[in-house]
Ligand binder design. Sequence first.
Ligand SMILES: CC/C=C\C/C=C\CCC/C=C/CC(=O)SCCNC(=O)CCNC(=O)[C@H](O)C(C)(C)COP(=O)(O)OP(=O)(O)OC[C@H]1O[C@@H](n2cnc3c(N)ncnc32)[C@H](O)[C@@H]1OP(=O)(O)O
Length: 282
Amino acid sequence: MLRKIFNPARLSRFQRTMVTVSSSDALVSTEVDDKTGYATVTLNRAPVNSLSLELMTEIVKTVDELERSNIRGMVLTSFSNKVFCAGLDIMEMVNPDLDRLRAVWTRLQDTWASLYGTSFPTVALINGHAPAGGCLLALCCEYRVMCNNFNIGLNETQLGLAVPPWLQGTMRQTIGTREAEIHCIKGTMFNSQDALKIGLVDELAAENGEAMQRALHYLNTFKQMSPYARSATKLLMRNKDIEDMKRGRKEDVERFVENVMNSDFQNGLTVYLQSLKNRKNK
Ligand SMILES: CC/C=C\C/C=C\CCC/C=C/CC(=O)SCCNC(=O)CCNC(=O)[C@H](O)C(C)(C)COP(=O)(O)OP(=O)(O)OC[C@H]1O[C@@H](n2cnc3c(N)ncnc32)[C@H](O)[C@@H]1OP(=O)(O)O
């Protein structure tokens, strides 16, 4: 069954109402161009857009609001021209409170489901590094434009985390079963050129302006198309994955909690955090 379908009857409301959501200190800011109906959603959590519970909550809220406002497309990007998103906030996993840790993983599942299941077209404008959860955000979008000289990939296993089945599935759809298996297991990080070669991203751009033009070009390809047919086809392809995730979500949360609470993982995390700081001080 279709979860959400673009409703052409709501189009007249969309043409009248145009939104620019969020204040300047918001974790996520949204601007809608009232000529095109395209929203630019910018992740705004300095320094590296790491996914805290609060940032993920804002992402889900934003996507839900956009779904209700009937925009015609969305570009997801970062305030920083160096890091698109550094993945889950590592501090959420250091000696965590168990209730909050469960909430973090549940919200990550929600973030994946809401971004992956939008009725409108989505493009990730990857204007910086996108490891782990950053790669997840990009994978949820329909199309990915990446600026040169950055890295992207699901490097979780390198950090001692297992990649959950729903995210493995999204990776399989994007780069194919064989490559997804190899690179999820290895935790490969790709530079922009290699990400393009393997199909993890769809286009490269020299800088942000060019990336935005390419992103808008993708959205414009749907201008003359029936929004109903477009979104119905997308959701018929994606809804089963979302339903599968929801069916297994409790076990998935508990697997994550067990993974994070393991003492080897906690020790590894301390070393990893220190290595990030040492790299910075070099
Ligand atoms: C059953 C399921 C079980 C498990 C599920 C597993 C996977 C599912 C997939 C989704 C979840 C994934 C888990 C994760 O996302 S874990 C996080 C992975 N992220 C990383 O490994 C990235 C680490 N960061 C970097 O490599 C660099 O910071 C980066 C290249 C992004 C940017 O480099 P730059 O030189 O620009 O900045 P830095 O000086 O390194 O960083 C600035 C400060 O930000 C801090 N930082 C960086 N990343 C994070 C982060 N992810 N969380 C929290 N904080 C982060 C960094 O330490 C610096 O802090 P200060 O030293 O200034 O205090």
